[in-house]
Design a protein around this ligand. Structure first.
Ligand code: NAP
Length: 344
């Protein structure tokens, strides 16, 4: 099978990408509780970039294959996983030695989400992580807060969250770093502000106060966390779920925490999944897939690249993340099922 090999972790992403290459080796067989998946599409996410840079929450032994999620068909089952044989699945990896930027991927059956027949392949490849994150964050906000602040508002978690929140009538203050960014649902009624504008902080404060935005979802970290927290009403909360700035949380005024009774907490999808009751994840997956099938939720995809062209795809994504995900495909097929985005 062909796969992408990362020989070493390198902070400079351009150098890291140039060090990576497509290799070939015999496909491994699944062990007990595992399946072998023939990958059709696998996206590039911010977590993949952090992983390649060696900045993710953990490192795998090198050489490693990147790719934390994807979709494909189960072509071999290990002991106890026979019910998944031949099934189309979304899949994700955590500590497995392999990754999804590969023709084939071995993972635990519990890391597979069986797909409904009408769930489009491209959307399914980005299904295992972001939609569940957006759903979980939405349920932290729903019925508790009138208005929410989102940064990285052109990102896919934010857009999915906004689609859910918009329907629930929650006001959204969207922070972007480029004016032309499309942030999805309901922009006409929502409040989009640019973090680079000179009046960013006073505008943020005025909006947070007038809309009573008492929660912020933070994908950026760095000084942005303090910028938001310091300008929110007393009693507000920031949930940090990403670290796109690559910097520690900063600029947090102590008096806001002490006298403003403001809090900062984190969110981790794996811990949230671990907290669900039996069958709850399955029920949520069914509900979310229905929303994708009915196009109430969509992950924006800007292009599909053959796996061997990963470097081109990676650079295009890094240059404009808000334009949507890049998918890598070991089997680019002109007959893509759903009004396909450009294949490059
Ligand atoms: N905690 C969890 O369990 C969990 C689960 C899923 C995702 N996440 C995290 O959620 C974050 C968003 O993921 P995603 O898939 O939605 O991302 P995405 O779709 O790839 O989009 C990233 C967005 O962030 C913006 N951005 C990038 N770097 C930035 C910076 N330094 N300052 C401000 N904005 C920046 C991009 O804007 P440009 O267009 O200007 O580049 C783009 O709008 C990531 O950090 C990811 O790791 C966490």
């Amino acid at each position: 099978m062909k796969y992408i090999e990362l020989p070493t972790y390198t902070l400079n992403i351009v150098r890291a990408a140039k060090s990576m290459s497509m290799k070939e080796k015999p496909a491994p067989h699944p062990g007990k509780g595992q399946v072998r998946i023939r990958i059709r599409y696998a996206p590039c996410n911010p977590s993949d970039i952090s992983f390649i840079q060696g900045r993710y929450g953990f490192q795998k032994p090198l050489p490693a294959t990147p790719g934390f999620e994807g979709m494909g068909t189960v072509i071999e089952t290990g002991e106890g996983t026979e019910s998944l044989d031949g099934k189309r699945v979304s899949c994700f990896s955590q500590y497995e030695s392999g990754g999804t930027w590969s023709e084939e991927f071995i993972t635990s059956a519990s890391n597979c989400i069986p797909l409904k027949d009408d769930m489009p392949d491209e959307q399914a490849s980005c299904f295992a992580i972001n939609p569940f994150t957006a759903y979980a964050l939405f349920h932290r906000v729903k019925n508790r807060h009138q208005a929410v602040i989102l940064n990285a508002a052109g990102g896919q978690v934010s857009r999915l969250f906004a689609a859910l929140a918009c329907e629930a009538g929650i006001e959204i203050i969207k922070i972007v770093r480029k004016t032309e960014v499309d942030t999805g649902s309901g922009d006409e009624q929502r409040h989009v502000i640019n973090q680079h504008d000179a009046d960013f902080l006073p505008r943020l404060k005025a909006l947070a106060s007038s809309l009573n935005a008492t929660i912020a979802l933070d994908a950026v970290g760095g000084s942005m966390t303090g910028d938001m927290l310091n300008n929110m009403p007393a009693g507000s909360q920031v949930i940090v779920y990403g670290g796109l700035s690559g910097k520690p949380l900063g600029n947090i005024h102590i008096l806001e925490i002490v006298f403003g009774n403001k809090t900062i907490t984190g969110f981790d999808l794996n811990q949230w999944i671990g907290s669900l009751a039996k069958d709850e994840f399955h029920d949520i997956s069914q509900k979310l897939q229905e929303m994708f099938i009915r196009k109430k939720l969509t992950t924006k995809i800007q292009g599909i690249y053959p796996l061997g062209n990963f470097e081109k795809g990676l650079f295009r994504y890094i240059k404009n993340m808000s334009a949507g995900k890049i998918l890598f495909s070991p089997v680019i097929d002109p007959g893509v099922r759903t009004g396909p985005p450009p294949q490059v």
